[in-house]
Design a protein around this ligand. Structure first.
Ligand code: DGL
Length: 263
């Protein structure tokens, strides 16, 4: 079984890519809905949640753990690798490298949570992979919570997104990196705003390819999906069709909703 987790719904975008890449894998998805969002929390708090959830998934039988959250990866992926003693851990990092490599204007922007935006890990990623590119890191407070509440067709929010993006486009930015897994579900808002001027860069497919490479026997199973949440697990199931992922529920032979223990 492969365990995938996030603060809430965002990691479902990564889960979907993994389910497409490994259609027979048994998957467990943990949403830390009692503590979402992570993006405005202290590193120490995020680290404690990452370790608790990672250990919990391994106790449930997961042989591979995917941190489907940029914020959690930036704060604690190294500690998690250390804590899980050899259980492979795949993290998610903003697609700075593919964006910098493909940008024609050599101007890219990374949309991220406040926590990821200030992280040393992102700063290093930029230093290592975007040396000759101008990189603007743009914190987007509140956006992940919008996705959590599934309130995405709200005019005020769309106007807020437009306002955040407009100066970047005006400045020649031609790649916008979705540096938070929740933002994959904002593509219906973002795509028309950037059409013809910039491309959105998401790494979910690349993460799924990495999961395929390291999964081994964990990638084979009965295509079961277990949904776990630290609060309101029933809303997790309800969110799947609302996010265009009804097929994910249907592909599974069984879905179990479990209010997994809190930290
Ligand atoms: N989905 C997460 C990420 O990729 C975090 C969102 C949040 O909880 O603030 O960064």
């Amino acid at each position: 079984m492969i365990g995938v987790f996030d603060s809430g719904l965002g990691g479902l975008s990564v889960l979907a890519a993994i389910a497409r890449a490994l259609p027979q894998a048994d998957l467990a998805y943990f949403a830390d809905t009692a503590h979402v969002p992570y993006g405005n929390k202290e590193d120490g708090f995020i680290r404690a949640r990452v370790l608790a959830i990672g250990r919990h998934l391994v106790e449930r039988g997961c042989k591979l753990v995917v941190v489907a959250c940029n914020t959690a990866t930036a704060a604690a992926v190294q500690e998690l690798r250390h804590a899980l003693h050899g259980v492979p851990v795949v993290g998610v990092e903003p697609g700075v490298k593919p964006a910098a490599q493909s940008s024609l204007s050599r101007r890219i922007a990374v949309l991220a949570t406040e926590s990821t935006a200030r992280s040393e890990r992102l700063a290093r990623l930029v230093r290592d992979h975007a040396a000759h590119t101008r990189v603007q890191v743009v914190p987007c407070p509140g956006w992940a919570t919008r996705v959590e509440t599934l309130q995405l067709d709200d005019d005020a929010f769309i106007a807020e997104v437009r306002e955040r993006i407009a100066p970047l486009l005006a400045d020649g930015t031609d790649r916008l990196v979705l540096g938070c897994t929740h933002y994959a579900f904002l593509v219906p808002i973002l795509a028309p705003l950037v059409a013809g001027r910039a491309e959105l860069v998401d790494v979910a497919e690349a993460v799924a390819r990495q999961v395929m490479r390291v999964a081994g026997p964990a990638g084979k199973g009965k295509a079961q999906l277990e949904l776990l949440a630290s609060a309101r697990p029933e809303q997790l199931r309800a969110a799947l069709p609302a996010l265009g992922l009804g097929w994910l529920a249907e592909r599974s032979h069984s879905i179990r909703l479990v209010a997994a223990r809190d930290g």
